[in-house]
Design a protein around this ligand. Structure first.
Ligand code: TRP
Length: 324
């Protein structure tokens, strides 16, 4: 069976952008493939050295993963830092790619700009090299991620080719698997929903929280009151309807443009649809929050399974490299 490897940095409670951009896909694919899901805690260090929240953020993320429907039996979940082979394979891979190639990575360039990074660390430059180790250690065939990760997957493929042609065939060349809905805009109109931009709806938000957030969301600035003709294509709320309320989209589009539908009503409908979508997750989240031991058990069993595969792969690597 083909294998999926995907991961996220533990950044605490996840938002609906994570769901739409990645998690929904992970859940949908878990019967068709063998799945492994990584909590990229070492990668957290690339953007800041404060690790004080990493443990709590890991647990919160696990809760969200399981609450949206990832089954810990079918989809083992594990921490990168618990499987030492990530660090070892990263070291080997770091010799297989040039500094110049890593500096040309557009995702890195965006991050340097967005986060105002002045002194790029050696490790941050190597972010995709560690990610390549994450994927290839498990011989992942497919990597379901958002669009912004495509450059990292390309680097992973280059590293796999380089290793295989130098030392002998060990690694598959993984392919990305994008969701049909790769990006969700932020509540403020920003193209990306992101924790650091403070424009998110969390998977753990209740109806009241969603209502408040949607109420403040930006719409078409030219539509000031009901009756004004709106431009759905520039409106964040309309983009949410497309995802969470597709059946009503033609009617909403017509009535927004004619002015018959005002933003207040349109937002109420949007709130209800998002809540409907999230209600089962919220319910499951509550149950999981009451069972911290269960979450730790899931991690332990995921890490056991991951370690087994990582050990096998590294044995092969050592053998091919004649260092075993
Ligand atoms: N870079 C990914 C992100 O920022 C996280 C990640 C780390 C990852 N290792 C991975 C994703 C391996 C897929 C596969 O979201």
């Amino acid at each position: 069976m083909k294998r999926i490897l995907s991961g996220m940095r533990p950044t605490g409670k996840l938002h609906i952008g994570h769901y739409v951009g990645a998690l929904e896909n992970w859940v949908a694919l878990q019967d068709e493939f063998e799945n492994y899901h990584l909590i990229a805690d070492y990668h957290v260090l690339t953007t800041g050295l404060d690790m004080s929240n990493v443990y709590n953020d890991t647990i919160e993320m696990m809760i969200d993963w399981i609450a949206v429907g990832l089954d810990p039996e079918k989809s083992p979940m594990f921490r990168q830092s618990k499987i030492k082979q990530h660090a070892e394979l990263h070291l080997i891979f770091s010799m297989l790619i040039s500094v110049d190639r890593l500096q040309r990575n557009p995702t890195l360039k965006d991050q340097i700009r967005d986060l105002n990074i002045e002194n790029l660390s050696y490790g941050h430059l190597g972010y995709p090299v560690l990610q390549a180790a994450d994927i290839l250690l498990y011989k992942g065939n497919y990597v379901p991620v958002g669009e912004d990760q495509l450059p990292h997957i390309e680097i992973t493929r280059e590293i796999a080719r380089r290793f295989n042609s130098n030392f002998g065939e060990v690694f598959p060349e993984p392919e990305p698997k994008l969701t049909h809905f790769p990006r969700l805009a932020g509540l403020d109109g920003n193209a990306k929903m992101s924790k650091s931009l403070g424009n998110t709806i969390l998977l753990s938000d209740d109806l009241e929280a969603i209502k408040q957030k949607i109420r403040k969301a930006v719409t078409d600035p030219l539509k000031v009151r009901k009756g004004d003709p709106g431009r759905p294509e520039v409106c964040v709320i309309y983009s949410y309807h497309k995802k969470f309320n597709p059946a009503d989209v033609p009617e909403i589009s017509t009535n927004c443009q004619s002015g018959a539908l005002g933003c207040v009503d349109c937002k109420t409908r949007c709130t209800n649809k998002i809540y409907e979508y999230l209600a089962p997750t919220l319910e499951c989240r509550k149950e999981l929050e009451a069972k911290p031991e269960y979450i730790l058990d899931c991690l332990r069993s995921g890490e056991e399974k991951a370690l087994q595969i990582a050990t096998d792969t590294m044995n092969e690597v050592h053998e091919k490299m004649k260092i075993g």
